[in-house]
Design a protein around this ligand. Structure first.
Ligand SMILES: Cc1cc2nc3c(=O)[nH]c(=O)nc-3n(C[C@H](O)[C@H](O)[C@H](O)COP(=O)(O)O)c2cc1C
Length: 158
């Protein structure tokens, strides 16, 4: 069974709701899932997961400082997350408000860690993005991401 961390920062609930749907998808796919806001995650524990999925609101086109803090603290594990799965999701207020650049900034960090990032050919390509409150389309994208990550982690474990 793949172990999956779904972690997020959320001030007004949009990213949190996305995270809950990502976790639901991962659980339904058979993952052993921990869902926690970033302030409840110690960077030292990241190496204990087969997959790490991170969500952030868009703040000035990138991730919130609270999320970046966890990413920066993950330097203590540099070289130890190779071939783990990394995936991202993001929320914003506006279409074109930077949700994709936020997801991509997270993905850059995963790639620098040597992690494996699933691209998505038939949905939000870099990870689920929401404008404001997640609607049914976004909720489905989030659940599909959770499912996809568990499947990919299982393949990598073979
Ligand atoms: C400091 C700050 C910066 C923001 N910058 C952007 C931005 O660049 N583009 C955008 O579309 N929304 C921006 N927003 C809006 C949030 O990304 C948006 O409301 C998001 O859904 C909040 O997520 P949450 O409900 O999980 O806290 C910003 C909000 C704050 C507080």
């Amino acid at each position: 069974m793949s172990s999956v961390l779904v972690t997020y920062y959320s001030r007004t609930g949009n990213t949190k709701e996305m995270a809950e749907h990502v976790a639901k998808g991962a659980e339904q796919a058979g993952g052993d899932v921990k869902l926690a806001s970033v302030d409840r995650v110690d960077a030292s524990e990241l190496a204990g997961y087969d997959a790490i999925i991170v969500g952030s609101p868009t703040y000035y086109g990138s991730m919130a400082a609270e999320v970046k803090e966890l990413i920066d603290k993950s330097v203590q594990l540099h070289g130890k997350l190779t071939d783990r799965v990394g995936a991202a999701f993001a929320s914003s207020a506006h279409v074109g408000g930077g949700n994709e650049t936020t997801a991509l900034d997270l993905i850059h960090a995963f790639l620098i860690h040597g992690m494996v990032v699933p691209g998505i050919h038939d949905g939000d390509h870099y990870g689920p993005v929401s404008v404001g409150e997640p609607d049914s389309r976004v909720r489905k994208q989030c659940e599909q991401l959770g499912d996809r990550v568990v499947e990919l982690a299982a393949k990598l474990a073979q």
